[in-house]
Design a protein around this ligand. Structure first.
Ligand SMILES: Nc1nc2c(ncn2[C@@H]2O[C@H](COP(=O)(O)OP(=O)(O)OP(=O)(O)O)[C@@H](O)[C@H]2O)c(=O)[nH]1
Length: 501
C-alpha cells in the first residue's frame, strides 16, 4: 500500500476523534474551536450546525442494542429481558436467576422459538395502571346518572370520601376526582355462622362492585336496646332524593330491624346520630379485608386458603363476645359478634383471574407465586386498599378495628387510609392449627384451635370441608411468609418437620 495513502487514513481518524470530542464535550463547540482546530470535514458541518451535543456519554439505548443479540428495537427498550418461554431445554427456563447459558453447539442444532420474554407488563395494562395511579380512569367510571348522587354534602357525619392525607393512589388524584364510595344496596343473608348484612358498593375509582359483609345481628333485635352502636352505612342511610319513597328505601336496604310483611321501618340519616357510644368494655369490631379468589372460594381450590379464610373470618367475627355485665361487673354477659369483611374485587392479588390461571401453570413448573407474577409482567402484589378504607369510613369503622390478617401491607395501608388498627388478629390456617395442636398439644399464641366437629356441622366452605391442606397449599403459605413478609410462624419453625420443602 503506498505511503501517502496511510497518512491519509491517520488524518481521517484524527478528524473523526476531534469531531467525537466535540460532540461529547460538556459544552457545545464554539465557532472559534471549529475554525482553529478542525479539518475541512468538520468545518463543513459547522456551516450547517448539523450536530447537537449529546447528554450522555453512553447512550443506554445503543448499549442495550449492542449488548443484545436477536432483535432489539426502540420498542424493546426498557424491557427487562430474561430467557425464555418456548425454550424448553434452557435450565430454569422460567426463572432467570437459575438460568444457565446453553452450549453454543447445542444451540446451533435447533431453533428456539422465542429467546427472550420481558418482565414489563403489556402496554394496555401499563396504561390502565398509570391511569389508576393518576386518577384518570382507564375504564369508564360510574357516572352520576348511573349512580344516584351522594346527596348529603360532605360533612363530618358522612365521611365517604378519602381524607386529603390519604396515601397511595388516592393522593395522586386531583380534588375533583376524590375517591367516593356509595352503598347502593344492603340485604340480610343467613349463613351457617349466623345472619350477615351484605352491602354492595359503587365507587368513582373503578367500575367494580366491592362488597362489605357486615356482621351485627344485634340490629335484628328490635326489642333489645343495643350496647354498641350498630354498624351501618352512612351513604345507604342518606336520603338520596326528595322524591324517594319509603318503599324505595326499603328496597335498597335502608331500613332498621328485620324486614317482614309485618315490619318495615325505613331508616333515617338521623337514626345514626342517636346511637349510644360503645361501652369501654366492648372490644373494637373485628374486621377483615379480603380479596376475591374465585378458585379458592367458589370451586374449593386447595392451592390457597382463601375460601377457608373467608369462612373463618365470618366465623370469628360472628362469635359472641363476653363482656362484664353493665349492672354487675363481676358477672359476664355475652353480646352478639360485631364486625365486617370488606370483600374487594381484586382477584389474584390484583392481576385478574386470567393471569392467575397462567401463573398457576408457571407455579407447576416449580416457581413460587411471587416469581410467577413477575414472569408474567406483573408486580408480586398489585392490590390497593384506598377503597377498603373508604368503605370502612362509610360504615363508621374508622375509629378502631381489630384487623384479621397476617399481611403487613394491609395493616400499613389501612393506617395510611386513616383507619385506626388497635390490634392485629392472626389468621392461622386451620390445617396448621390442627397439626400444631396434635403434635405439640398446645395452641398457637392467641389462636383458638379449630374445632373440626363444630365446623363440619356448619358446612363451612362450598365443598363442605372444614379446612384446606396439601403440598400446594404449604408451598403457597411458605412463600407468603418467606417472600412477602407475612406474619405467620411457619410450622417448621415451631418444630414441625413436614413443611421444610
Ligand atoms: N397472583 C396470585 N394470586 C393468588 C394466588 N393464590 C391466591 N391468590 C390471590 O391472593 C389473594 C388473597 O388475598 P387475601 O385473602 O386478601 O389475603 P392475603 O393478602 O394473602 O393476606 P391475609 O390477610 O394475611 O390473608 C386473592 O386475591 C387470591 O385470588 C396465586 O398463586 N397467585
Amino acid at each position: 500500500m503506498p505511503h501517502h495513502h496511510d497518512d491519509r487514513r491517520i488524518e481521517d481518524s484524527l478528524a473523526d476523534l476531534a469531531l467525537l470530542d466535540l460532540l461529547t464535550a460538556p459544552a457545545p463547540p464554539s465557532p472559534a474551536d471549529l475554525n482553529s482546530n478542525l479539518t475541512a470535514n468538520v468545518k463543513l458541518q459547522k456551516k450547517h450546525h448539523a450536530y447537537k451535543r449529546r447528554d450522555a456519554d453512553l447512550d443506554p439505548l445503543l448499549l442495550a442494542a449492542a449488548a443484545s443479540y436477536g432483535h432489539v428495537t426502540r420498542n424493546h427498550y426498557a424491557h427487562d429481558f430474561f430467557p425464555a418461554v418456548g425454550d424448553p431445554r434452557a435450565e430454569g427456563a422460567y426463572d432467570w436467576t437459575k438460568w444457565q447459558p446453553e452450549d453454543p453447539a447445542a444451540r446451533q442444532e435447533r431453533k428456539p422459538r422465542l429467546k427472550y420474554v420481558s418482565r414489563q407488563a403489556p402496554r394496555s395494562q401499563r396504561v390502565k395502571q398509570e391511569s389508576k395511579e393518576n386518577g384518570t380512569t382507564g375504564s369508564e367510571p360510574l357516572r352520576c346518572a348511573d349512580n344516584l348522587p351522594l346527596s348529603p354534602p360532605k360533612t363530618s357525619t358522612a365521611p365517604t370520601t378519602a381524607p386529603a392525607s390519604s396515601a397511595s393512589s388516592s393522593s395522586h388524584l386531583p380534588p375533583s376526582a376524590e375517591l367516593e364510595v356509595k352503598c347502593m344496596a344492603r340485604t340480610r343473608v343467613p349463613t351457617p355462622h349466623g345472619p350477615v348484612f351484605l352491602h354492595l358498593y359503587h365507587n368513582n375509582r373503578d367500575n367494580k362492585e366491592h362488597l362489605a359483609i357486615v356482621v351485627d345481628p344485634a340490629q335484628l333485635q328490635d326489642d333489645v336496646p343495643p350496647l354498641a352502636p350498630p354498624i351501618r352505612s352512612r351513604s345507604l342511610d342518606a336520603v338520596w332524593s326528595d322524591t324517594e319513597t319509603d318503599m324505595d328505601r326499603i328496597t335498597r336496604g335502608a331500613y332498621v330491624g328485620r324486614l317482614s310483611p309485618e315490619s318495615q321501618k325505613p331508616s333515617r340519616p338521623a337514626d345514626q346520630r342517636a346511637n349510644p357510644p360503645s361501652m369501654d368494655t366492648i372490644p373494637s369490631p373485628l374486621v377483615r379485608i379480603h380479596s376475591e379468589c374465585f378458585t379458592g372460594e367458589t370451586i374449593g381450590s386447595m392451592r390457597c386458603d382463601c375460601g377457608e379464610q373467608l369462612d373463618e373470618a365470618i366465623r370469628q367475627i360472628s362469635r359472641p363476645i363476653a363482656i362484664p355485665s353493665p349492672s354487675d361487673p363481676s358477672q359476664s354477659i355475652t353480646i352478639p359478634g360485631r364486625g365486617a369483611v370488606v370483600y374487594l374485587r381484586q382477584e389474584g392479588r390484583g392481576i385478574g383471574l386470567l393471569s392467575k390461571i397462567r401463573a398457576y401453570n408457571l407455579q407447576d413448573l416449580g416457581h413460587d407465586t411471587v416469581t410467577a407474577n413477575l414472569m408474567l409482567g406483573h408486580k408480586a402484589d398489585e392490590r390497593g386498599y384506598a377503597i377498603a378504607g373508604a368503605i370502612l369510613r362509610d360504615l363508621g369503622l374508622d375509629e378502631g378495628v381489630r384487623l384479621l390478617t397476617n399481611n403487613p401491607d394491609k395493616m400499613q395501608a389501612l393506617e395510611q387510609e386513616g383507619i385506626r388498627v388497635v390490634e392485629r388478629v392472626p389468621m392461622v390456617p386451620r390445617s396448621w392449627q390442627r397439626r400444631q395442636h396434635r403434635e405439640h398439644g398446645a395452641e398457637l399464641v392467641g389462636v383458638r384451635v379449630h374445632d373440626e366437629e363444630d365446623e363440619r356441622e356448619k358446612g363451612v366452605t362450598m365443598i363442605g370441608t372444614g379446612e384446606v391442606y396439601g403440598e400446594d397449599l404449604d408451598k403457597y403459605l411458605r412463600t407468603k411468609v418467606l417472600r412477602m413478609g407475612h406474619m405467620l410462624p411457619l410450622l417448621s419453625d415451631l418444630g414441625h418437620g413436614a413443611e421444610s420443602n
